[in-house]
Design a protein around this ligand. Sequence first.
Ligand SMILES: [Zn+2]
Length: 165
Amino acid sequence: MAEDVLYIGRRGPGRGDPSVVIETAGGELLGILPDFRRTGDASTIEWGYGGRGPTELARNMLLHALGEDAVCWRCRGNGYLRTRADPNAPKGYVVEPYDPGDEPEPDFRPLCDNHRGCNEGYLRMPTHAFVERFLLHLSREPETEWRLSQAEILQWLHSDGIAAL
Ligand SMILES: [Zn+2]
């Protein structure tokens, strides 16, 4: 089993701008928690209350913790599908994942219709339940820190989290 990783949230001094870094359990820095939004503005992450910032942080943490398991199987993470004529298919066409590199650009590029809910190529996550369980009551005081392990997140996801969807 891979070494567990920790998500560490910190507030700076003064106004206490929030940031989340990822470290191994042994203390090696792996990087900043990535932003998984593909469109629009970058995520503004926050914690310590319920709202948009904590919801964005919840999504980023869940998608990072799940890795490949969070990628939508129907569109393979692209968020869109395409149709391709195929005389051997029962309907005369097949529906496939759209690839942004496709040449030529397909005429028809519907949004992914994954029934579990596809959000920009990722499966829908139980963000509100995650906020309530992990983020809602964290301190917003400057120069404070919290830690949450990937194992803890995945354990919650497979028990309460999936049920909250
Ligand atoms: Zn999809």
